[in-house]
Structures are given as C-alpha cells and as structure tokens.
Design a protein. Structure first.
Length: 384
C-alpha cells in the first residue's frame, strides 16, 4: 500500500483565549488574548520504516475468559495499552489470539486471528498521553501517586492556558473492506480538574477524530452519523473535517457532558465519487489546539460561515462548546477493530503530540521507560 505524506498550512491561530465570536474557514481566533501559536510548519510524516523486530516488546492475549489486559510499559510521557476498553469480543472464543508489539510510542502494531464480523467493536489497542480509565495504571505510572501522572505527562492543561497542541499520526492498515473492519481513532478527553483519578470517568468534553474508517455494507458512519446531512464542514490547519456536535449517542459512549465528532475527508458522505468503504487519511497532522480554540468560541462557524448546530436538537450553538475552565487531560491514538485476520496487520509508523513549547516532530517523544505489570483489566465496553 502506498502511503502519502500530508502537509499542513501555516495559518496563524490564537489559542486559549475563550469567549470570542465565530471564526472564518481560514483562521480561528478565540478572543483578544495574546497566546498566539502558528499551525505546524509544512512537514511530511511519511512511513518511517517501523516494523516488528528482534528488539520489539511483544504481548499476546488469548480469549476464553473475556479478560482484557493492560499494556506493560510506558515511555516518557506516553504508554501503550493492549486494550483501551474491552477486548472480550475479539479474543473470544479461546482459539482467537491478539498479538501486539512495540518499539516505542511512535512505532507499534498488532494483529488478530479474528476473521468473523460480530457486528461489535472488539478492542482498542493504542498509545496514550495523559489520563486513562484505570486506577492501577495511573498509580503505577505515578509511582504510587497516580493523581500526579496526568500533569507529569504534560497533560492537565487548562483550555484558557493552552497555547499549542499538534498531533501527528501515520499508519499502515487494511484498505479493502471484507478483509477487515475498523476505525483509526484519536480520542481527546477533558475533565473539570487537571489530575483526575483513573476512576473519574465523567468527562467534561470529548473530541473524537476518526482519521480513518474502513466500513462497508450498511456503513454505520455514513448511515447513522453523517447520513442525515446534518453535519458541518470545517477546515483547520489544512485538514478538512466533516463533523457533528452534541450527538446524545456519542456523548453517552464517551461518558461526556457533550462531544464533537470529526471525520477526516474524504468520506463518501461528503464526496459522492469516493470509495464508500474507506474514509480519511493514513497520514495527517492535526492542529488540535486550533480545533479546541474554535470550539471555545461562543458560536463556532463552519467553512460556509454558518454557526454549527446541536446534532440532537438542530438548535444553533450559542455558547462555547468547550469551556475555558476545563482541562485537556488525555490524547489516545488507537484502532477500534471488529475483525481483520493475521494477514491484515496494523502498524503505527509515526506518532507524536507536541504541546505548549514542545517542538514538533519526534523530539516531542521524551523521557525514559517505566514498567507496568501486566494484569487483568475490568471491562469498560463502548458501543460500536
């Protein structure tokens, strides 16, 4: 499969100011503050030669009891989990096996022997910076004081104070529906406090960025999410998203007061000639700080200059979806997989998160390894 580098523009954006009026398609301003930060400079994030090898750490999880397992390592500000919420579907029955390997947070992958489509997402292996919904992992990462991990990982930043947040992700994954069904998802979480515990699963806000989806037949995302045409188009940092705001179903699945769901174009809902099964971009840099600043405005405007609407009611948004007072606590990048088979592996070839004064690129990956013991993880299922 040919991978494409994705380049960003350099539109200047103002973060962390809050309470402004809706911005234009070309730029986003959050008020009159002075915390200016440019979008990422144009830079390729093409394939890095990442592959499983003799130096890779490898975990294997086999079904039977429906147990999910946490990943057993953290590297600097990041850690990997074999399943972010519920692995039971994809490793059950006992003959089904998942193998995950990693060389670091920017180079990891997995495969599964599951070839049957159960109709449900079976697991979410991924890399995380910041908070996670497991008190044991939070305690281990915090070396006995789990409440400190979120901010020590560079998260726990109040929206008002956020000056920069860039996220790059480049993947290699199946492209033919019928051989696999999955999405490549960035989950972005916010809490009312900067250092939530692992049991504090009530989110103040959530942003779900579907960078890639491979879905077919009765395409869930096209028919049930974007199918009614009640989506907006918004271009930020050179990436155009088809999105919805405040969908009760996504609010509930995220455990959030409200949420914003964004799909990287192209999609068949927005691009009639596009492949109806495979949406999005295998490689992208997201100016997440600018997305947050846009949603921190009183009445965010889409690319046509129209205020976005509440998905559930159709009412125009007239107050900031994201409050200035809440905290960015976690950024997860992972694959929600229903089936694939070992002939269809998944690989993260590049990943980094740069916040505040951190440099863009691999330099944003910093720190030394710290081990976490493998152990059963309580199920935290989320609907497909």
């Amino acid at each position: 499969m040919k991978r494409r580098a994705f380049l960003l523009g350099s539109t200047a954006l103002v973060y962390g100011c809050g309470g402004g009026s809706g911005g234009s398609a070309a730029s986003t301003t959050g008020g009159s503050g002075s915390n200016a930060a440019p979008s990422p400079a144009p830079m390729p994030i093409a394939a890095s030669g990442c592959a499983r090898g003799s130096v890779s750490t490898v975990w294997t999880s086999q079904g039977g009891g429906g147990d999910a397992f946490s990943a057993s390592g953290a590297i600097g500000h990041y850690f990997l989990r074999m399943n972010n919420w519920n692995w039971s579907n994809i490793v059950n029955p006992a003959s089904q096996t998942v193998t995950m390997w990693w060389n670091g947070p920017a180079c990891w992958g997995f495969d599964t022997t599951e070839t049957a489509d159960s109709g449900n997402v079976g697991g979410y292996p991924g890399v995380i910076r910041g908070w996670t919904n497991d008190s044991g992992i939070m305690t281990a990462l915090g070396r006995g004081n789990g409440a400190s991990w979120t901010q020590s990982s560079g998260m726990g930043i109040q929206v008002f104070a956020l000056t920069k947040c860039h996220v790059a992700w480049s993947i290699a994954a199946p492209t033919v529906y019928g051989s696999s069904r999955y999405d490549a998802l960035l989950d972005v979480y916010f809490h009312a406090i900067p250092n939530p515990s692992g049991s504090d699963t009530k989110l103040a806000f959530a942003i779900d960025i579907y960078q890639v989806t491979l879905d077919g037949g009765g395409n869930y995302y096209q028919n049930s999410v974007l199918g009614g045409g009640s989506y907006f188009l918004k271009t930020i940092g050179g990436v155009q998203y088809a999105g919805i705001y405040d969908d009760p179903a996504f609010n509930a699945s995220d455990g959030a007061t409200s949420s914003c769901v964004l799909f990287c174009r192209p999609t068949s809902a927005t691009d009639s000639a596009h492949n109806p099964n495979l949406w999005g971009k295998m490689s992208a840099v997201h100016d997440l700080g600018a997305i947050i600043a846009w949603l921190n405005q009183t009445s965010p405007l889409d690319d046509s200059g129209t205020p976005i609407k509440h998905y559930g009611t159709g009412a125009t948004v007239t107050s900031p979806p994201i409050a200035s007072s809440i905290y960015l606590t976690s950024i997860n990048a992972g694959f929600e997989v229903q089936f694939a088979g070992t002939a269809n592996p998944f690989t993260t070839e590049q990943f980094w998160v740069a916040v505040q004064n951190e440099a863009d690129g691999p330099a944003a990956l910093q720190g030394n390894p710290v081990a976490i013991e493998d152990r059963p993880l309580a199920s935290c299922a989320r609907p497909a």
